[in-house]
Design a protein around this ligand. Structure first.
Ligand code: ATP
Ligand code: MG
Length: 687
C-alpha cells in the first residue's frame, strides 16, 4: 500500500517539486533550492527529509547540516511531525534515528573521534573554544617573544582571526594579509612562524580548535580509503543555509559526494552574511556547475512569512543590491499596516519605545516569545537589558554572553578538560592559577614538571607544593586523582570539583553563593550527557545561551522576549520584530563601509533583519547614537543619520513616526552647546 502523503498537499508546486525530486529515481541529480527569505526553504527541506523517509530512506544514513544545533533540533521535530505520523512510529523514533544531524563542526568532531585511529589522532583530544584558542596563541606568542607592548605586534585575538581566516578560506597567508588585514602585512614572516608554532603546540597538547574540526575532516577526505569509508555512511546529504558555508565546508561536501548524488542544498544568496568568517556566496552560485550533469535548480517566489507591506519594504532594500541571483518575492498576506520607521531622540528613548511597544503587543495577545529585538552587535543591547530588568520584562538573549562564558563555569570545565587530556596546557594553566599564590611562572614550571606524563595526579604529587597554595594544593592533587582514575561515575565526579572549588570561590568573590548555584546548574546539565567527553565536546561546540530554551537549562519564566544579534536570528521568525539602531555607523557598521563588497554584506544584513518579521516591523532610528570608537577619547555620542539603505524615496513604504511625539533634533542642525559632556571619556583621555 503506498504511503499516505497528505502532507504534500500543503506545499506549492515548486516546493513539491523540490520535495519529490529524484524520489524513486535510480540516479537522481543533485538539487539546489535557491530562494528568498520566508519562501519555505527550511520547511521544504524538512518535508523532503520526511518524504525520503516515508519512501524508504534510512534516517540513520542521512547527513543533515544546519547552521546551529537549535536549528537541527527544530528540523528533526518537524520531520518527526510529518513522517512519524504517516509511518505510525512511536514518538521520538524519527528524531532519535536522525543521529547525523547538526552543525559542520559538531559532525566533524564526531567523525574525527570515530576515525582518529586512521589518521594518527589521539581520540581523547579536547576542543578549544575561541577564548582557549586565543590563550594558546598568546602562550606561543610569548614563548616566541613577539610581545605586543614593545613592538605593536598584532594582539592574540587578531593573530587568531588571521589564522582562522587563512584556514577557512583555504587561502595563502600573504593573500589574507593583503586583502583583509593590510595593517598586519609587515608581520608576515613572524606570523608564519607563530602559526607554525601554534599548530605544533596544539598537536603536542592533543587539542583541536574549531577550525581544525573542519581542516582535519577535509584532510581525512583527501585520503581515498578513509574518504570512501566516511562517504559510505550516508545515502543523503542535506544542507540548509548553504549561502553561509566557506570554502573548506564546500570542499568537504564535494569530497563526500564528488558526483553530487543524494545531495540537496538550500539557501539564499541575498542572505549571505558570514563573509567575515570566510563564507563565500560563490559556493551556492557555483553549486549547479560543480557536477555533471549539473544540479537541478528549484526557485521559490512566494513568501509565506511576512505581510505584503513588510515584504515590499524588504524587497526595496535588497532591490538596490548590486549582485543578486534570487528574485523578489510576493506575499498574499494582506495588511494595512506598513512597517514603522521610528525616529527617537537617543538610545534612552529607543529603549523606552521598545518596552512600551512590547508590552502593548502582549496586551493585544502577542506573547513575548513571539516578539524579538534584533541588533547589529551583541553589546548594543546593554541599555535595553537594563531597562527590561528594571521593568520586570523577562528576556532571553541569543548570540551574546553564553552561560559557559562566565569565568567560574569555564574554570570548572577547565578542570574536567585537564583531567580528560592532561596535555592540554591551556586548561592546566587555568586550573593552577585558580589557587592563591600561583601565577603564570609557577603554573608554567608545574606544567613543565608534569611534562608528558599520562598520570597527572601522580605527576602533580611529585612536584614540590608551591608554598602559597597551602592546603589547596593537596586538595587539588586528590581531586585531579579522583577525576583521572574515573573512580566515580560521570556526572557525580562534578561534585568533587565543586567541593574543591567552593572554598576558592568564597576566598575570591563576594557573590560566591550565586556562582556555586551556577555550578550546581552545570551539574544538572551534565546529567543529560552520557560521558565527560561528550559533555565537553558538545558544550564547547554549541554552548547554551545565558538563559535559554535549550534542553537542560531551566528557564526562570515561561514567556520571555527574544533578544538576538541579526546574525544569530538567521532562519527564524517572530510576529513582531524591532531592529535597534538602524543608522549609518551601525547598519552599515563603521567597520563595514570600506569596500563595496563589505557594504553589500551590510545591506543583506538589514534584509535578513527585516525579513524575520511576520506581522509587525519596527525599525528604530535614534538621532543620537553612542559608539565606541578607537579614538584617543574612547566612547562618544554621534549625531546619527538613518541608514543609507533606506533613502528618502523608499520612506513611502514605511510609516514614519516620531517618538515621543515631539520635535526631534535635526541631524543637520547641531546644537550650539554639546548636549552631553562625557566626563568618563575625558578622565580616561588623561592617561
Ligand atoms: P529563511 O530564508 O528566513 O530561512 P525559509 O525560506 O527557510 O526562510 P521557512 O522558515 O521554511 O522559510 O518558512 C517561512 C514560513 O512560511 C514558515 O512559517 C513556514 O511554516 C511557512 N510556510 C512555508 N511554506 C508554506 C506553505 N506551502 N504553506 C503555508 N505556509 C508555509
Ligand atoms: Mg530557512
Amino acid at each position: 500500500m503506498p504511503a499516505k502523503t497528505d502532507y504534500l498537499e500543503a506545499l506549492n508546486a515548486n516546493q513539491r517539486l523540490a520535495v519529490e525530486h529524484g524520489v524513486g529515481h535510480p540516479d537522481p541529480k543533485p538539487l539546489l533550492v535557491i530562494a528568498g527569505a520566508g519562501s519555505g526553504k527550511t520547511n521544504t527541506l524538512a518535508h523532503r527529509v520526511a518524504h525520503l523517509i516515508v519512501n524508504g530512506a534510512d534516517p540513520r544514513r542521512m547527513l543533515l547540516l544546519t547552521f546551529s544545533r537549535r536549528a537541527a533540533a527544530e528540523m528533526a521535530r518537524r520531520v518527526e511531525r510529518i513522517a512519524g505520523k504517516v509511518l505510525g512510529l512511536g514518538s521520538g523514533a524519527v528524531t532519535d534515528a536522525l543521529t547525523w544531524s547538526g552543525t559542520f563542526h559538531g559532525i566533524g568532531a564526531r567523525l574525527l573521534r570515530e576515525h582518529a585511529h586512521l589518521i594518527g589522532l589521539d581520540p581523547a583530544f579536547t576542543i578549544h573554544d575561541r577564548e582557549d584558542s586565543a590563550d594558546l596563541m598568546n602562550l606561543v606568542r610569548h614563548e616566541l617573544k613577539f610581545s605586543e607592548t614593545t613592538t605593536r605586534f598584532p594582539t592574540k585575538g587578531t593573530c587568531l582571526a588571521i589564522y582562522s581566516r587563512a584556514v577557512n578560506a583555504q587561502a595563502d597567508l600573504d593573500e589574507v594579509l593583503k586583502t583583509v588585514f593590510p595593517w598586519c602585512a609587515m608581520w608576515s614572516a613572524e606570523l608564519r612562524t607563530l602559526f607554525g608554532a601554534y599548530v605544533a603546540a596544539k598537536q603536542a597538547q592533543n587539542v583541536l580548535d574549531y577550525d581544525d574540526l573542519l581542516l582535519y575532516w577535509a584532510g581525512m577526505m583527501g585520503e581515498p580509503t578513509i574518504a570512501a569509508q566516511v562517504s559510505a555512511l550516508f545515502d543523503h546529504i542535506l544542507v540548509d543555509e548553504y549561502q553561509d558555508t566557506n570554502r573548506l565546508q564546500s570542499a568537504i561536501l564535494l569530497a563526500l559526494r564528488p558526483d553530487g548524488r543524494g545531495m540537496t542544498v538550500v539557501g539564499d544568496d541575498a542572505q549571505s552574511i558570514y563573509s567575515f568568517r570566510a563564507a563565500t556566496v560563490r559556493n551556492i552560485l557555483d553549486f549547479p556547475g560543480a557536477f555533471t550533469p549539473p544540479a537541478e535548480i528549484v526557485t521559490l517566489d512566494r513568501n509565506y512569512r511576512s505581510t505584503q507591506p513588510i515584504l515590499a519594504a524588504a524587497n526595496a532594500v535588497i532591490g538596490e543590491a548590486t549582485e543578486r541571483f534570487t528574485k523578489n518575492l510576493w506575499s498574499e498576506r494582506v495588511s494595512e499596516a506598513k512597517p514603522l520607521l521610528v525616529t527617537v531622540k537617543d538610545e534612552a528613548d529607543q529603549v523606552g519605545y521598545i518596552a512600551k511597544s512590547v508590552l502593548e503587543a502582549r496586551e493585544l495577545g502577542t506573547p513575548l516569545k513571539q516578539q524579538a529585538v534584533l541588533f547589529r552587535t551583541a553589546s548594543h543591547s546593554g541599555p535595553l537589558e537594563i531597562e527590561l530588568t528594571r521593568r520586570n520584562i523577562p528576556f532571553v538573549k541569543f548570540g551574546g554572553l553564553k552561560f559557559l562564558d562566565a569565568a567560574h563555569i569555564k574554570d570548572v570545565l577547565a578542570v574536567l578538560r585537564w583531567a580528560e587530556n592532561p596535555k592540554d596546557r591551556v586548561a592546566g594553566f587555568r586550573v593552577l592559577q585558580l589557587m592563591p599564590g600561583i601565577g603564570p611562572g609557577t603554573a608554567g614550571r608545574v606544567l613543565d614538571a608534569i611534562g608528558n606524563s599520562t598520570d597527572p595526579a601522580w605527576a602533580l604529587g611529585e612536584v614540590p607544593p608551591p608554598l602559597k597554595a597551602g592546603q589547596h594544593w593537596p586538595d587539588l592533587v586528590t581531586m585531579v586523582g579522583r577525576l583521572a582514575s574515573r573512580e566515580t561515575a560521570w556526572p557525580l565526579e562534578l561534585g568533587y570539583v565543586r567541593q574543591w572549588y567552593e572554598p576558592l570561590l568564597e576566598h575570591g568573590y563576594e557573590d560566591a553563593s550565586i556562582r556555586v548555584a551556577d555550578i550546581v546548574q552545570l551539574e544538572q546539565i551534565a546529567g543529560g550527557y552520557p560521558s565527560r567527553n561528550r559533555f565537553l565536546t558538545e558544550l564547547t561546540l554549541d554552548p547554551p545561551d545565558a538563559t535559554s530554551d535549550q534542553p537542560g537549562v531551566p528557564l526562570r519564566d515561561e514567556d520571555y522576549l527574544i533578544l538576538s544579534t541579526i546574525h544569530s536570528a538567521k532562519g527564524q521568525e517572530w510576529k513582531s520584530v524591532h531592529v535597534l539602531n538602524v543608522v549609518d555607523g551601525c547598519i552599515p557598521s563603521d567597520l563595514g563601509t570600506g569596500t563595496t563588497h563589505e557594504l553589500e554584506e551590510e545591506r543583506r544584513l538589514l534584509y535578513v533583519a527585516m525579513t524575520r518579521a511576520k506581522d509587525e516591523l519596527h525599525l528604530l532610528v535614534p538621532q543620537r547614537f553612542y559608539v565606541t570608537q578607537q579614538t584617543r577619547n574612547g566612547d562618544r555620542h554621534l549625531y546619527a543619520q538613518r541608514t543609507r539603505f533606506i533613502p528618502r524615496v523608499m520612506t513611502t513604504l514605511f510609516e514614519d513616526i516620531l517618538w515621543p511625539p515631539v520635535a526631534p533634533i535635526r541631524a543637520d542642525v547641531r546644537p550650539a552647546q554639546p548636549a552631553v559632556v562625557d566626563m568618563a571619556a575625558r578622565m580616561r583621555g588623561m592617561w
